[in-house]
Design a protein around this ligand. Structure first.
Ligand code: FPP
Length: 238
């Protein structure tokens, strides 16, 4: 199918560069993460203003546990603080919160706050913020394969009729449309195990700007760049 201009519904972001931002200023890495959390708020507001339906942020990967325990703890505390402070904002702005990842593996405190915020915002229809937490693209595919295996064993799915559409149903949240645009900050040219299934046809945008410096203008620039792309989904131009 040829499709010249696709509406931008869903932007996913790999928020990178917090550590470098802090180092450049002679600060602790935690200061970079703190400013990064502040930018989450700024970018979320801008995303709503620009009419995006979904904003997915890679907040903590399955690999991030390898960081020093103090840094992991700091990130978990920031998450709890973010949820406490942002819940009234999410309600006011009618934003629904969702999560992707092995959230069972998060510490009890942030996990409880996360589940409470998800429940409280479930009926909001002004846009969706998706936080990828303890998320890995390969882990998601393995988890999908496990669920699928159980469904086949229970006689609910016939493996011979399985197709891409049906496989999708076994991902963490099949309701979320695939991202139209993936943004990665801080210049790295990697997917880092993010949304491996869902990014198959997404447009990629990499900016050298570090995440704690990424705000409304930078999001607007990325969206403008997307507007100049020609998405063909493997087809040809109409
Ligand atoms: C990458 O920077 C960023 C992370 C691993 C975590 C992202 C977390 C935040 C933006 C703050 C918390 C988020 C929420 C939703 C409260 P890095 O540390 O890898 O930077 P570096 O590559 O420069 O070292």
């Amino acid at each position: 199918m040829a499709e010249a201009k696709s509406k931008l519904r869903h932007v996913a972001i790999i928020m990178d560069g917090n550590g470098r931002w802090a180092r450049e200023r002679g600060l602790e890495r935690s200061a970079g993460h703190r400013q990064g959390a502040e930018q989450v708020r700024v970018v979320l507001e801008a995303a709503q203003e620009f009419g995006l339906e979904y904003l997915t942020l890679y907040a903590f990967s399955t690999e991030n546990w390898k960081r020093p325990p103090q840094e992991v703890l700091g990130l978990m505390n920031l998450l709890s603080e973010f949820l406490d402070r942002q819940l009234p904002q999410l309600m006011e702005r009618k934003i629904r919160l969702k999560t992707l990842g092995r959230t069972d593996g998060l510490p009890e405190g942030p996990r409880r706050k996360l589940l409470q915020a998800i429940a409280a915002t479930a009926e909001n229809r002004g846009g969706t913020l998706v936080l990828a937490l303890n998320y890995g693209g390969r882990a998601e595919l393995v988890d999908a394969a496990r669920k699928l295996g159980r469904a086949v064993a229970a006689g609910k799915v016939n493996p011979e009729t399985l197709d891409e559409q049906k496989f999708r149903d076994f991902l963490y949240d099949p309701e979320i449309p695939d991202p139209d645009l993936l943004i990665r900050t801080s210049g790295e040219l990697r997917l880092s195990n993010f949304l491996l299934w869902q990014l198959a046809y997404s447009e990629l945008y990499v900016t050298p700007v570090l995440w704690p410096d990424f705000g409304r203008n930078e999001l607007a620039e990325a969206i403008a760049a997307y507007g100049r792309r020609d998405r063909r989904f493997g087809g040809i131009k109409s």
